[in-house]
Design a binder for this molecule. Structure first.
Ligand code: NAD
Ligand code: IPM
Ligand code: MN
Length: 368
């Protein structure tokens, strides 16, 4: 069978706990689909600060460069929040990894399974039958990376500056990703901006409209971000693909995750440019949520976002569609069987811990 090199960066908090479950599932996939995964486990984030003196050691970056993909857990936590901002796990490791590999396209599929509508905070009539929204978030531009960026003192007061910059080419390439994705779904793109206030919003809307002309078969509409936050709660089924710049996508995707039942359910793929004729591309795959310090170490975190992220890795970076689909089917099966971690537990279902959920999904892949 084919062989793949995968960098495994578990990170902090619940990262290692949910990563262990993804690796458990991948071990079954290996046998079942006659594949060979070479895993390279390396330090990142707070764990790397403690173990190697910095959030993104050269050794870790080098390993990532030698691999087809990165399976990432999560980084950050109270222990490292008093370090200089640039040295902290998020700005010292996670954002540099995204930038270094040019991972501008962040795909976050927020799927509310029909069996999980009770775990959603939305009224049953709104979520009945479930819903399926894909957030396409721009990941290497906007306020996260714009220069200048600083805090300074003038007189006896401090002031802070962050800069929001988007180039047409950055907007165009992420818009194309959204339209292409929509063609494989319900052919509907909702683009998010704040064009009533921000120059970035004006340019965003103009470029997305232009790109949309190449996709006459896809319905395009625009929403201001505040209205979008509201409409997601009011009628999530209206949405198919949601296209957003970096910060808006960050915020809206946490909202979407919770509407499906839990942040612990939302996986993500961060991808760079596609290369002509290639069925695989480099990518980083991680849960959309963070290191969850409030539940870390208790063995109760939901591993599904990490497990579904590994399925996205197999699909986009390995071209192993059947293996990816098998993992996704296994997740649906254990949910249909009534197994729930604490975050999605509702009356009449069976509560399991992190390892119990991981094992059940691995078993379901094995017998599929
Ligand atoms: P968080 O996403 O870690 O947690 C938010 C809430 O969701 C918490 O109540 C948490 O318990 C819950 N939650 C998240 N994942 C869960 C799971 N798998 N199962 C069950 N419940 C889950 O956000 P936060 O508390 O704002 O941030 C904590 C730390 O994580 C911060 O340092 C932040 O910067 C970092 N962070 C890292 C990443 C990443 O590495 N990709 C993403 C987001 C936040
Ligand atoms: C995410 C996280 C990161 C982001 C943080 C930890 C820098 O919230 O992946 O959604 O804002 O992109
Ligand atoms: Mn986020």
């Amino acid at each position: 069978g084919k062989s793949y090199k995968i960098a495994v960066l578990a990170g902090d908090g619940i990262g290692p706990e949910v990563m262990a479950q993804a690796l458990r599932v991948l071990a079954v996939v290996e046998t079942k689909f006659s594949l060979k995964f070479e895993f390279f486990e390396r330090l990142v984030g707070g764990a790397a600060i403690d173990g190697a003196g910095k959030a993104l050691p050269e050794e870790t970056l080098k390993t990532c460069e030698d691999c087809q993909a990165i399976l990432f857990g999560s980084v950050g936590g109270p222990k490292w929040e008093s370090l200089p901002p640039a040295e902290q796990p998020e700005r010292g490791a996670l954002l540099p990894l995204r930038k270094h590999f040019g991972l501008f396209a962040n795909l976050r599929p927020a799927v509310c399974l029909p069996e999980l509508t009770h775990a959603s905070p939305l009224h049953p009539t709104i979520v009945e039958g479930g819903f399926d929204v894909l957030c396409v978030r721009e990941l290497t531009g906007g306020l996260y990376f714009g220069e200048p960026k600083y805090i300074k003192q003038e007189g006896n007061e401090h002031f802070a500056v962050d800069t929001m910059v988007y180039w047409e080419s950055e907007i165009r390439r992420i818009a194309k990703v959204a339209f292409e994705a929509a063609r494989r779904r319900k052919s509907h793109v909702t683009s998010i901006d704040k064009a009533n206030v921000l120059q970035n919003g004006v340019l965003w809307r103009r470029v997305v409209d232009e790109v949309g002309k190449d996709y006459p078969d896809v319905t395009l509409d625009h929403l201001y971000v505040d209205n979008a936050a509201m409409q997601l709660v009011r009628r999530p089924k209206f949405f198919d693909v949601v296209l957003a710049e970096n910060l808006f996508g960050d915020i809206l995707s946490d909202e979407m995750a919770m509407l499906t039942g839990s942040l612990g359910m939302l996986p993500s793929a961060s991808l760079g440019e596609t290369h002509e004729g290639s069925t695989s591309r480099f990518g980083m795959y991680e849960p959309s949520g963070g290191s969850a310090p409030d539940i870390a170490g208790k063995g109760i975190a939901n591993p599904i976002a990490q497990i579904l992220s590994s399925a996205m890795l197999l699909r986009f970076s390995c071209g192993e569609e059947a293996a990816a689909a098998a993992i996704e089917a296994a997740v649906k099966k254990v949910i249909a069987d009534g197994l729930r971690t604490a975050d999605i537990h509702t009356p009449g279902t069976t509560k399991v811990d992190t390892a119990g959920m991981g094992q059940a999904i691995a078993d379901a892949v094995a017998v599929a």
